[in-house]
Design a binder for this molecule. Structure first.
Ligand code: MSP
Length: 502
């Protein structure tokens, strides 16, 4: 059995979860659900980023000590993910002891390798990014290019990670590992950052207490990004459980947003090279969900609250939208109309209608018992294409492609029914064949769509009269044409995706 380890970014606890956070988390969840269907032994990690100046300031503003503040917010992430049917296997908080052990180990290794050195630093810092910027990166008026707010001038004695030494090694490594960053154009962005020259970055702060002290100089605490990135190692036993670590590292995919490419695709591999740790096998970089051209964030208001959107389109409706509407990697424009439009078109009209229609005709023409599919069905090729398309899509973390391939089969099945019009025909072998084929196509669709629509897929599975759990199916063995045995009780039930009035 192969292992599959995937991670989301760990989210800052200065804000409660919003749709922007849910975006990457849903993609990671669907990807790992897909790998469970492939039979992989999966570890899906998410968590919270709790140290650093940004959190310290948010805690101060709330009149709480940072630990109490983080303790209050971290569970809101865990709860939101539960509500969205996120099946993460672990949830890491950077304030946990297991994380501290790993950060100390990684720092010490980089220090021992001679890649961390003490130096003076004066620079312009954006607290929201927790990043220094050079003058040519700043917007007019010394504003942060991401937050468009003035940066602050900081001067301190810091330990520096000698990133500048790693330019050629990183270029060589990426050259030897083409395609490790998907989609490709995001990989090119990472290479562009490396080629444009690498500045050493500071890995410690003395002006801050809220962090992990450096093992060799406890007057300094670790810079929040050095600390945060290490979470991917801490969760699999780095510095603590060598056997577990060997089992799971290197990670298969880090899912990240495009704003954190520099840290994940430049800093992180350099830190690992320095420490003598294997590099990740993949990075999947998503774009942003925008609202009116702006990044969705905690300030975007109620529209961005994932749990409120669920009241309208359901958990699976929201998951489907996030996965299908925007090709992963590109920015997507979030609108309420777009969400409802996608739901009505693909879920209510296409999938929901197909399921309802087939069940209705099985009631009226076959006494409620589903007939077996025919071996030479015209839908068999469409089904094989859907399976191949879904496999190819997920393989490069392109959920919209995987789902599009699946929906082609739904459309083909609807067209097949419309051409045959079994509802008009007399009961008999011809009607049975058409309906058996439609049931088989639905069975395959249900398995293929289940990473996106976990709850509805199981409900649809039950209604087809199929025993057990969709999650117990295996791809490709259980999505071969002919798996629906026939003779099962088919139930219509309430609409799987009730149409939303617009
Ligand atoms: N704590 C760091 C990550 C450390 S990972 C070792 C951080 N946290 S964050 O909460 O600000 O953002 C986490 C991720 O959420 C980023 O990848 C960011 O791109 C993503 N998103 C936040 N808003 C977003 C959208 N509106 N759309 C899509 N993703 C966005 O950065």
């Amino acid at each position: 059995m192969s292992r599959f380890y995937a991670t989301t970014p760990i989210y800052y606890v200065n804000a409660e979860p919003h749709l922007g956070h849910a975006y990457t988390t849903i993609v990671g969840d669907a990807l790992t659900r897909w790998h469970r269907l492939l039979g992989d032994d999966v570890l899906f990690l998410t968590g919270t980023d709790e140290h650093g100046l940004k959190i310290q300031q948010a805690a101060d503003a709330a009149g709480l000590d940072p630990q109490a503040f983080a303790d209050g917010i971290a569970p809101t992430f865990a709860e939101a993910w539960k509500h969205l049917e996120i099946a993460n296997d672990d949830f890491i908080r950077t304030t946990e002891p297991r994380h501290r052990v790993a950060v100390v180990e990684l720092l010490q290794r980089c220090y021992d390798a001679g890649d961390i050195e003490l130096d003076w630093y004066r620079g312009k810092y954006c607290v929201r990014c927790e990043e220094y910027y050079t003058d040519d990166e700043l917007l007019p008026g010394d504003q942060c290019p991401i937050h468009k707010l003035p940066v602050e001038v900081f001067e301190e004695e810091n330990y520096f990670f000698r990133l500048s030494r790693f330019q050629q090694r990183l270029l060589d490594w990426y050259g030897d590992h083409p395609g490790v960053i998907v989609p490709e154009f995001r990989g090119n962005e990472a290479l562009g950052l490396i080629r444009s020259g690498l500045r050493d970055f500071s890995v410690s702060r003395t002006t801050l207490e809220w962090g992990i002290p450096l093992p060799w100089d406890p007057a300094h605490v670790a810079y929040v990004w050095f600390d945060a990135l290490t979470n991917y190692l801490s969760a699999v036993g780095f510095g603590r459980d060598d056997e577990q670590f060997r089992e799971w590292w290197p990670v298969d995919y880090h899912l990240i947003g495009k704003d954190i490419i520099r840290q994940h695709c430049v800093y992180w591999p350099a830190m690992l090279l320095s420490a003598g740790v294997d590099l990740p096998k993949g990075w999947a970089v998503g774009g942003w969900l925008l609202a009116g051209g702006e990044k969705l964030s905690k300030t975007a208001g109620d529209a961005a609250k994932p749990l409120d959107l669920v009241d309208t389109v359901g958990v699976d409706g929201l998951r489907y939208y996030v996965l299908a509407d925007t090709p992963y990697g590109q920015d997507g424009d979030f609108t309420y109309e777009g969400l409802v439009g996608r739901y009505n078109a693909d879920l209510a009209n296409n999938l929901g209608n197909l399921a309802a229609r087939v069940a209705t005709v099985v009631q009226s023409k076959c006494g409620g018992t589903g007939p077996a599919p025919s071996a030479d069905s015209p839908l068999a090729t469409a089904a094989a294409d859907a399976v191949a398309g879904a496999i190819a899509g997920w393989d490069v973390v392109a959920p919209s492609r995987a789902l599009d391939a699946t929906w082609q089969l739904i459309r083909a099945t609807n067209a097949h029914l419309e051409a045959a019009e079994p509802w008009k025909a007399e009961p008999g072998p011809e009607v049975d064949a058409v309906l058996g084929d439609a049931l088989e196509a639905l069975r395959i669709v249900t398995v293929l769509a289940s990473p996106a629509l976990p709850a509805t897929a199981q409900e649809g599975w039950n209604r087809l009269g199929l025993p057990g759990a969709v999650t117990d199916q295996r791809i490709p063995a259980d999505v071969q044409w002919g798996g629906y045995p026939g003779g099962l009780p088919v139930v219509k039930g309430a609409p799987l995706f009730p149409r939303i009035k617009t």
